[in-house]
Design a binder for this molecule. Structure first.
Ligand code: PRP
Ligand code: MN
Ligand code: MG
Length: 182
């Protein structure tokens, strides 16, 4: 598994520093609000777990599972809800926690989804951001690290469902996916 990684982009320590920064900011911005940290499974499982440790105000957590990538490295553009929230979103300040924003398809779908739910607010926090790949603009309130157009895995991010358990963000060697690329 480690052999498939070309380069480490973010070490566990760097990820923790980002989570601390964003968590501290969230704790200030959401004081007195009805904060819901909403983890978008599967990719944001690790960032959610890290970030919430540094949110020092009362909040609830919830999970949604949405998926658009299937087994390739390109977004299909179609976003499927695999699992919905288990708590009501009405009147809540929803903060969507994401691992990465690439085309923007997933989050633009999510923002659309919440439009009908009468939330007090809906915002986005992401660990990684690839603005060069954006197809749909989404407003990002908290952005950890901007990255170039590289296929990254680890710390929750997958290629064909694997590599999520790496404790860092790494660049996947092209040779791993070039066979299946169209
Ligand atoms: C990945 C990633 C983001 C999304 C970003 O999820 O975790 O949620 O793609 O890409 P976009 O901005 O082009 O939509 P994926 O659909 O692979 O599901 P997963 O989280 O279960 O891996
Ligand atoms: Mn995802
Ligand atoms: Mg994925």
């Amino acid at each position: 598994m480690e052999n498939d990684i070309k380069e480490v982009l973010l070490t566990p320590e760097q990820i923790t520093a980002i989570a601390k920064d964003i968590g501290t900011q969230i704790s200030k911005d959401y004081k007195g609000k009805n904060l819901v940290l909403l983890c978008l499974l599967k990719g944001s499982i690790c960032f959610m777990a890290e970030l919430m440790k540094y949110v020092t105000i009362p909040c609830v957590i919830d999970f949604m599972a949405v998926s658009s990538y299937g087994s390739g490295t390109e977004s299909s553009g179609r976003v499927n809800i695999v699992k919905d929230m288990s708590t009501p979103a009405e009147n809540m300040d929803i903060l969507i926690v994401e691992d990465i924003i690439d085309s923007g398809n997933t989050l633009s779908f999510m923002l659309q989804y919440f439009k009908a739910k009468n939330c007090a607010s809906v915002e986005i926090a992401t660990l990684l951001n690839k603005p060069s790949r954006r197809k749909k603009e989404v407003p990002v309130k908290y952005s950890g690290q901007e990255i170039d157009d590289l296929f990254v895995v680890g710390f929750g991010l997958d290629y064909a469902e694997y590599y999520r358990n790496l404790p860092y963000i790494g660049v996947l060697k092209e040779s791993v996916y070039s066979d299946t690329e169209e």
